[in-house]
Design a protein around this ligand. Structure first.
Ligand SMILES: [Zn+2]
Length: 532
């Protein structure tokens, strides 16, 4: 397993029986690492190895000196996945990519994105596709949304046409108009851009000397690295440290934001899809170390700084969570949640937003409910866009309730709060088994999460994935991290679909909980504030 392709963060842990062993590599340069667990069945042992390919190992001269850029940390601990994440978080928030502070504090973090109601995937290539975005827009009708545009360019398979997307398929003026009309309704378009590849069949590649100036070379310094994303095309992997590629992505982004007034740009297939470049003429150390993380970070920084001069509210996002890019990307694409431990959120939820995973046809309560509960950006399934007629279909009401709760009440927690240890949920509850990317996974019918907002208040949320009502019991220690001990008098406020936010009672802190009824696909949303 390689950091940062298959590992998103620089730690691992062994867990079991309420204790574990933490192994972290706290490297502020986010350099390339190979991290491997090996099991030996005969001797009943496990081995773990981390290797650091040194910066410049592919250069003309052998590397004579090496110093680890960060601390390697190993030790036992008590607890579970959440405790592991908190150990890493303690260091991670001191890393350079967190230096601008949490999202809500940052001057360069787009306010509209901080307060986004939902994210939708769409295609703005032709008239019918464009109209579908307005159907979706009218159906849920929240003031602040984004449309991730996977179809403004010439053909449906985006990897073929990179990176010459202009003029847009529907025509320049039409694309300007559709951006403007959506923007007038509070909807921003985030167009797709392939971040790593340049199609060698394009005139722009051939005429600009892109091959010499920026194509990534393999270890033999001759073979050009390219990805067979589309079998009929040569999609050349471009070196993020080369000026020509930085300038190309900057100009594509400027065209989008300045000419078409898009809300920003999405970079696919780039942030964490690392490799080494062995071209000695690009001005970077050859292979290993922080070649990739530094090269990509500096590229994003150039794009961001240039575009922000004409639109300081433009947002940038990329595929795959890449911690080293948290200060230059505003959001990171990832899938939904077929696993029980949202470790990324426990480390970074107040520092960046995750989005995506809800493409066109998923609207089940487990993926949608888990996105909401775990503080992922809310996504609206493309299926709602095919709905005929103006009224909200009954089948969509529960998702509208989730969006409304987030909009009116839950945003400082689920949108950009610090994740707390989830409440313990018990009771006579069934489990649901679903298909996931790595095989089937099982969830309890009711799950919950807890968060600390920047004003110090605590939000606790539950969702019932089933079409039957349930009764459940929950317990949560609000003294942990949030500091609400037994001596603290707290005001409890509950949000409901019927009444919105309503004060319920005053309680003491410490371990709190209760037994609660929850409606089919229903929400329990609670807030705790210190009584002054
Ligand atoms: Zn290079």
């Amino acid at each position: 397993m390689r950091y940062c392709i298959s590992y998103y963060m620089q730690f691992t842990a062994l867990l079991g029986g309420g204790r574990g062993l933490y192994i972290g590599d706290h490297d502020p340069t986010a350099a390339w690492k190979d991290m491997t667990w090996t099991a030996d069945v005969d001797s009943q042992t496990l081995r773990y190895a981390i290797s650091h390919p040194v910066l410049g190992w592919g250069g003309d001269k052998p590397v004579g000196q090496y110093k680890s850029p960060g601390d390697c940390v190993i030790g036992p601990f008590e607890g579970d996945w959440f405790d592991v994440a908190r150990i890493y978080r303690k260091w991670a928030v001191t890393a350079p990519w967190c230096a601008k502070g949490p999202m809500y504090q940052r001057k360069d973090y787009p306010k509209w994105l901080l307060n986004l109601d939902y994210w939708a995937c769409g295609h703005l290539g032709d008239y019918n596709d464009q109209q579908r975005e307005f159907v979706k827009r009218d159906l849920f009708d929240f003031p602040n949304t984004a449309t991730h545009d996977y179809g403004y360019y010439g053909q449906p398979y985006q990897h073929d046409v990179n990176v010459d997307y202009f003029p847009p398929r529907c025509g320049s003026v039409n694309y300007q108009n559709i951006n403007q009309k959506l923007r007038a309704r509070g909807g921003r378009v985030i167009p797709y851009v392939l971040g790593w590849m340049w199609n060698a069949g394009t005139d722009s590649y051939q005429l600009s000397g892109a091959k010499e100036k920026g194509a990534m070379l393999g270890e033999d310094r001759e073979s050009i690295l390219w990805a067979e994303l589309s079998p009929s095309e040569e999609c050349i992997a471009m070196c993020p440290a080369s000026q020509i590629w930085r300038d190309k992505l900057t100009s594509v982004s400027m065209e989008h934001v300045k000419r078409y007034r898009t809300g920003g740009v999405y970079f696919d297939y780039f942030s964490d899809h690392m490799n080494d470049c062995h071209n000695p003429n690009h001005g970077h150390a050859v292979a290993g170390g922080d070649y990739w993380s530094r090269g990509v970070h500096e590229l994003y920084e150039q794009v961001r700084d240039t575009v922000h001069k004409i639109d300081p509210e433009a947002m940038f996002c990329g595929e795959g969570p890449a911690e080293f890019a948290l200060d230059v990307l505003d959001a990171q694409y990832t899938g939904t949640y077929p696993y029980d431990a949202p470790v990324w959120q426990a480390v970074y939820h107040d520092y960046t937003q995750l989005f995506g995973g809800m493409h066109w046809m998923e609207e089940g309560p487990v993926p949608v409910g888990r996105q909401w509960l775990r503080g992922h950006m809310n996504s609206v399934s493309g299926t709602w866009g095919y709905h005929k007629g103006g009224a909200l279909p009954e089948a969509a009401q529960w998702q509208h309730d989730l969006l409304r709760c987030h909009h009116e009440f839950a945003r400082p927690y689920l949108g950009y709060g610090q994740m707390l240890r989830p409440p313990v949920v018990t009771g006579d509850l069934p489990t649901i088994t679903k298909k996931g990317g790595d095989g089937p996974f099982t969830v309890l019918a009711v799950e919950g999460t807890a968060w600390r907002a920047h004003d110090g208040s605590v939000g606790i949320f539950f969702f019932n994935y089933e079409d039957q009502p349930h009764q459940f019991t929950w317990k949560k220690d609000v003294a942990e991290i949030a500091g609400f001990d037994e001596a603290t008098k707290l005001q409890l406020t509950q949000w409901t679909v019927e009444h919105g936010a309503t004060p319920v009672e005053q309680i003491n802190g410490g371990i709190i909980g209760g037994t609660t009824d929850v409606a089919p696909r229903g929400i329990v949303a609670l807030k705790l504030e210190v009584v002054k």
